[in-house]
Design a protein around this ligand. Sequence first.
Ligand code: AMP
Length: 420
Amino acid sequence: MTQTFAALGVSSAFLSALQDIGYKQPTPIQSKSVALLLDGHDLMGVAQTGTGKTAAFALPLLQRLDQANEPARPRQPKSLILAPTRELALQIHTELENFAKNTSLRSTVIFGGVGQNPQVRQLQKGVDVLVATPGRLLDLVGQGYVDLSMICVLVLDEADRLLDMGFIPDVKRIVQQTPKSRQSLLFSATMSKGVSQLARNMLRDPIRVDVSPKQPTVKKIDQRVIMVENPDKLEVLQTLLHDESLSRAIVFTRTKHGANKVAKKLCAAGVSADAIHGNKSQSARQRALADFKKGRTWVLVATDIAARGLDIEGVSHVINFELPHEPEGYVHRIGRTGRAGASGVAWSLVDPSEVSRLRAVEQLIRLALSRFDKALNKLDLEDTRRRTTQAATNQADSRREGGSSRKRHDRQRRNQRHAA
Ligand code: AMP
């Protein structure tokens, strides 16, 4: 397998950008696909977030546009990347800008939930690469602000998720508006019937690159199950958050309402937490994410869709407050920790009513997860009650002191973590 980006045919403008970002060697999906994509082949990539798939499609796409050296035209992007969520779209756009920084290529990102005018202005200035979520794109196409007839490279990222979220009719309408002569790429973490069908309709004689792990769970992640009834989950969660090895945690709930409730209760107990889910405004979501990335909060309570595809470094723990509806969701969730070779911990709090979901997860990952025994659980619960009472007392004190002591406590805790 080729070991350097230069040997894969990546040109000097991009090599120096990669050097600045710190990518020393191609990841397996990059080694397998970059040269073929530079040659113009279609591609079906089975790969999860975390494998380096963004650079695998973005580098050849940008390099081909750079070599063609044609000016960007108003309203007529030359390349389109469709992503299921705003967060993923933003993340891809940021990576494109990093890779293309030594070129004059222009990219922009459009998604719903925010005003369209700034997006329209960018499109009117002319862009080479457009990153979009399907709904807003169709909306702007309908209004005549985007014309897809000049698209020469089309990328569908996280196709399985686009399917799960009901975007496929939109995706099909979008694909129909692009020229048949385009180069097409489709990435998906899993290969369901729906994804295969989409691939058949969209791709021409594609190369298939599969970097899905044999066992879909990241092996390095230490996974445990704690059997606990729903009413006790919050207390157990707080105990877990006291773990010394925990530096930054994502807590998953099944519902938006649940995410708000858990975040609120954690904040009341003196934990700096925030919630991220689809009912929050785009700016609130971005703020929650930025605070978490910068360490201003260290617990992010999230629903599956909001957290999908997010690339956040240094998440030591993923805690499933509830198991997801679909067993595949478990794999996506725990993939938020243990990224880029680091090890991570995933705990799942499982109510007796969720046992059938747990079995489905274990079947999928072909692994029996170790369960915490109840006696230990009870001891921890006693300890939590004491700490929770203490936290409530501290909080009352801090309110009297104008809130400064809680902030100080949080800051001290963060500093300790960062020093460790
Ligand atoms: P992705 O699967 O594209 O979301 O990438 C996952 C993470 O791996 C991101 O943080 C990338 O910046 C990083 N990454 C991708 N390719 C490389 C590489 N060749 N060397 C080092 N890090 C990489």
